[in-house]
Design a protein around this ligand. Sequence first.
Ligand SMILES: [Zn+2]
Length: 252
Amino acid sequence: MTFRLFGCVCGQFHSPGAGMGMAGERVSVPIPFYVLEHPDGVALFDCGLPTAMCDRSESYLKALQTQDLDVTLTPEETLTSHLQRLDIDPAKVRFAVLSHLHFDHAGGLRELPNATVVVQRREWEAGFDREASQHYGLRKRYFDLGHAVELVDGEHDLFGDGSAVCIPSFGHTPGHQSLRVRSRQGDHILVGDACYHCGVVESRQFPEYSDQVAMNRALDALLALREERTVMVFGHDPDQWGARPVLPGTRA
Ligand SMILES: [Zn+2]
């Protein structure tokens, strides 16, 4: 069985360094999503930003700016542009596995009309709970789009062959999950926002709104999954997407 895993950068997030657990008054970090081409179908892990961010017509930008946050996205970086370069028809994407429901991870879902959304049940429920969705900034307009939804509880083997397994990593949001992709070259653990970047492994500087105890526990559990050739791919790590990206991808 052969499959391919790609990493794609779908825009940049701009924020005060402290919010990302990084030095510097303002930092810019990549917003990645991942494409897994499996014999039984194409799965995405996360979906990047909504395309309407390109021309800045997305109204949520204003709300972000009041929190000193911004995003930028070029037309070449959209989810659809990346899939086109990989010769993948967005309408044929089978699974959209979401680490969590933040707009920079679920935003491209609108471009995948036939995908089944695979998400932890507790994340989905938080998305529809008034208090939790407000606290964690989960906006229905990015995920409640009428897709088929597969709610999972804890670990979930996506294709039933161990090649891609959802690993619960709660805390960043109530039902955050990561994805372990297994190949002959070793594992890639797509960490998502359970750990923004390499420095957080040591600093344990997590977002203020997150459950600190749960995030520490989740990160410890993810790190314990490492084997000799395991690559941890962090949620927004500029060092993993520069001149030598951690995964092959498509170049905008
Ligand atoms: Zn997030």
